[in-house]
Design a protein around this ligand. Structure first.
Ligand code: NAP
Length: 282
């Protein structure tokens, strides 16, 4: 294998250690960061994500509260829960786990979260602040990718970065962060013609499409850095990213694995956002 592995698991452990130290420092000022997680429905993937987030909170001393609501919950009841958390001074961060049950307008719920407690950075006001270059907090997955690039000494300024995926959660905010670090950025999506050639022009190629093995070795410029955000459940129950890891690792200069790449960094960035929200609360 030619590519250097960008190890998100070990970097995330370092971030969690630093968060733990800062939580202890905040305790001296009488503040204990608190995260409220709202989980509606029975989605098994969501349950695993929430469990991992709650466990990371426990490990670092961030207080966490889990609110489990039935899949049949009404939009008004969910919004009332979020409004109560907005008013709770012991809660510094609120996370509404997606996807929400289909009868619920997810955007309306996300816009109900107080922007100051929006540790996922999904609120339009926080996305707007990011667009204006004055973010209060950074969205967790894009911030995790940027931290991995920084730690791996991947040159971003002057590079051509290609982001596959244009969601509000990953693709678009990540493209903005890369742009702010002086990359020339191309955003691709399902209607992009000749994805293979566009991808092959990238110095930094980010796959965030949710399609297993979408990125093949032919799509990667030799020596490029490949970041795999995708998490796909295969028929045999195993997890795979969006990148054909074994083949691409023969061509790329650096690559993130799945699992152990972007996933743990997302949770680490969530903890940092909780810390930031708590520190700003007094
Ligand atoms: P999403 O909202 O479904 O967006 C997927 C994007 O990929 C869309 O913009 C879509 O294009 C594009 N796309 C889909 N198929 C494509 C194809 N064949 N060629 C080019 N573009 C294609 O997904 P998301 O929420 O951004 O998540 C993306 C992936 O990242 C998922 O696998 C998700 O599980 C994973 N994820 C991982 C983490 C983590 O912490 N590791 C965090 C968040 C998400 P259109 O806009 O044209 O439909």
């Amino acid at each position: 294998m030619a590519a250097r592995i960008l190890d998100g698991k070990s970097l995330a452990a370092q971030v969690r250690m630093a968060v733990k130290r800062e939580v202890e420092a905040l305790a001296q000022r009488g503040i204990r960061p608190g995260l409220a997680v709202v989980l509606a429905g029975e989605d098994p993937g969501s349950r695993v994500y929430v469990r991992n987030k709650v466990r990371a909170c426990e490990e670092t001393g961030v207080r966490s509260e889990l609110y489990e609501l039935p899949a049949s919950v009404s939009e008004e009841a969910l919004i009332d829960r979020v409004l109560a958390l907005n008013d709770d001074a012991d809660v510094h961060g609120i996370l509404v786990q997606l996807p929400l049950p289909k009868q619920i307008d997810a955007q309306r719920v996300l816009e109900t979260v107080s922007p100051a407690k929006d540790v996922d950075c999904f609120h339009a006001m926080n996305l707007g602040a990011l667009l204006a270059g004055k973010p209060r907090m950074l969205p967790c997955t894009p911030a995790g990718v940027m931290r991995l690039l920084e730690h791996g000494a991947i040159p971003v300024a002057g590079s051509h970065a290609v982001v596959i995926g244009r969601s509000n959660i990953v693709g678009k905010p990540l493209a903005l962060l890369l742009l702010q670090k002086d990359a020339t950025v191309t955003i691709c999506h399902s209607k992009t013609p000749d994805l293979e050639n566009v991808a092959r022009s990238a110095d930094i190629l980010v796959a965030a499409a949710g399609r297993a093995k979408l990125v093949t070795a032919r799509m990667v410029k030799p020596g490029a850095c490949v970041v795999d955000v995708g998490v796909n459940r295969l028929r045999d129950g195993s997890l795979a990213g969006d990148v054909d890891f074994a083949a691409v690792a023969e061509v790329a200069g650096a690559i993130t694995p799945v699992p152990g790449g972007v996933g743990p960094m997302t949770i680490a960035m969530l903890l940092e956002n909780c810390l930031r929200a708590a520190g700003a609360s007094k």
